[in-house]
Ligand binder design. Structure first.
Ligand SMILES: [Zn+2]
Length: 516
């Protein structure tokens, strides 16, 4: 008995040390492949420069999906596009916005996503400010002022300098005064909108019905030269966003009575109903093919720019990690699957649909690693409310080289309820984790802005994240144990006094932006 026991311990000890040796070698190979043969720049060029932005429903997103399948196929990884729904199809085309009176100058601006077009010649008209009424009744009487005009519907910003710039250079009194003045302007603008009797979301449509020829917004992102670019709310007239600097110019010209006119050429195309896809690629598991390590990053973007950091960078990290794994770890124990989800930006739609459509994969999930907050080094990981995550995630992280893994972990954490695609898996009870990055001014400067471009990528950080992801995937695949899904007991909500519950899975919107 004792002997047998001794023998068993020895065996276990031996296999552990063989694994430790293998593990060290594999990790070294991952680092070598990532540093000496990085494909990140080539992939970024092909995806961001050649294909461009990837708004759901656009030909560019379909082109990107096809490119991803081709790229994986070239690497010997099987890949396919899986349709999960349909969306309002739209092709952005060209936008030209020129001031033509009182002087000529081209303005910086673009159509909001899904904006209706102009005729090919464009529309030339005067620009007016949203009428200031004292209540909705008087607004109705004034609304005919917008007939045949472009209407400015955003508050003019008093400064195009970000607050940190004021903090650095202004006297404290001057900085305080600016903020007070800006708050007062904000209040006055809110009151102006409220007096119309409509929300700022409803107004464009109302102005359209009153005969306006176009709607002009300016959604400043509180940094030098950055605006956020989201969706249009009109049906037949173009809705464009104009950069803070040029919007301010138009506003002042209108306010001082200079009667500015602009010419807008908006050549977008409504493409009707088009299919939406996720790109799924996988390296089949050799021992446990029905258990899955999932690499996850949404593939779609808003289209004010190239979607470089949201989520080009997450996409590139996952693709590069897959390429490296195929190269140095071609026969994983478990299946390594990558999901490039679409329509994350409109509510995690692609990943929610995938979770709903593939219950057997979700049941076999060993771990999901998602990345979606910019170009920085991964610096935070939460256990997302899985009670034993510290155990397995902790041991996998131990295998990551020190220079790569400067990561703060939060265990057990609380289940993530949104924000990115890991939440679709967490809701279904599958251990899913978000690899959260350092900011690099993400929220103001690149997230959903007109400046989310290739040049903002920090290559060393991306390479770091590719190594981290590949090592985590390798360790999760090799782990002797299937991961525990045990959930923490959630606390009582202090506000409502009620016991909090685990988030519920929801299906994606399978029919976006279309009337029934
Ligand atoms: Zn994103």
């Amino acid at each position: 008995m004792r002997k047998t026991f001794y023998f068993l311990t020895l065996c276990a000890g031996l296999s552990t040390s063989i694994f430790a040796q293998d593990q060290k070698e594999t990790v070294e190979k991952i680092v070598k492949e990532a540093t000496e043969n990085s494909q990140l720049k080539v992939l970024a060029h092909e995806l961001l420069d050649v294909v461009g932005p990837r708004l759901v429903g656009t030909p560019e997103l379909k082109e990107a999906h096809d490119w991803a399948v081709e790229t994986y196929t070239d690497w010997g990884i099987s890949a396919e596009n899986q349709q999960w729904g349909v969306w309002k199809g739209w092709d952005r085309g060209i936008t030209h916005i020129d001031l033509v009176n009182p002087r000529s100058v081209s303005l910086e601006g673009m159509q909001l996503a899904w904006s209706p077009s102009t005729s090919s010649k464009g529309v030339e008209a005067e620009v007016v400010i949203l009428p200031e009424a004292k209540d909705s009744l008087s607004f109705q009487k004034m609304i005919n002022q917008v007939k045949g005009k472009f209407v400015l519907v955003s508050m003019p910003q008093p400064t195009g300098r970000p607050d940190e710039n004021w903090e650095e250079w202004a006297t404290p009194e001057s900085f305080e005064k600016m903020k007070k003045d800006r708050d007062a302007l904000n209040d006055a603008w809110d009151a102006r909108i409220k007096a119309t009797g409509y929300s700022s979301r409803e107004l464009p449509k109302i102005l359209e019905e009153a005969g306006a020829v176009g709607i002009i917004t300016s959604n400043w992102s509180r940094g030098f030269g950055v605006n956020k670019v989201f969706s249009a709310y009109t049906e037949d007239i173009p809705m464009v966003d104009i950069a803070l600097e040029d919007y301010g110019l138009l506003y002042r010209l209108a306010e001082y009575g200079d009667k500015p006119s602009i010419k807008v050429v908006a050549q977008s195309k409504d493409l009707g109903e088009v299919p939406t896809f996720n790109t799924i690629a996988q390296i089949k598991g050799s021992e446990k093919p029905d258990e899955y390590v999932i690499l996850s990053a949404h593939f779609d973007s808003w289209d004010g720019a190239q979607g470089a950091t949201d989520n080009g960078t997450g996409t590139l990290v996952m693709m590069e990690a897959m390429r490296i794994l195929k190269e140095v770890y071609p026969n994983p124990k478990r299946t390594i699957l990558v999901g490039h989800w679409s329509s994350e930006e409109q509510g995690l739609n692609g990943s929610r649909a995938f979770v709903k459509d593939h219950p057997q994969i979700v049941a076999g999930v060993q771990a999901v690693f998602n990345q979606d907050n910019g170009t920085g080094r991964v610096a935070n990981i939460s256990g997302n409310g899985f009670l034993n995550a510290y155990d397995y995630l902790g041991s996998w992280l131990n295998a990551v080289p020190d220079e790569v893994a400067d990561i703060e972990t939060h265990f057990p954490g609380a289940p993530g309820r949104g924000g990115s695609d890991y939440a679709s898996f967490v809701a279904a009870g599958a251990p899913a984790f978000n690899l959260s990055s350092l900011s690099w001014n993400y929220w103001n400067y690149t997230w959903h802005t007109n400046r989310d471009t290739y040049d903002k990528i920090v290559w060393d950080d991306l390479q770091n994240n590719a190594i981290l992801t590949a090592v985590l995937a390798y360790m999760a695949s090799e782990d002797e144990e299937k991961t525990s899904r045990e959930q923490i007991v959630l606390p009582v909500n202090k506000r409502t006094g009620e016991q909090m519950t685990w988030p519920e899975p929801r299906d994606g919107n399978r029919r976006g932006g279309l009337d029934n």
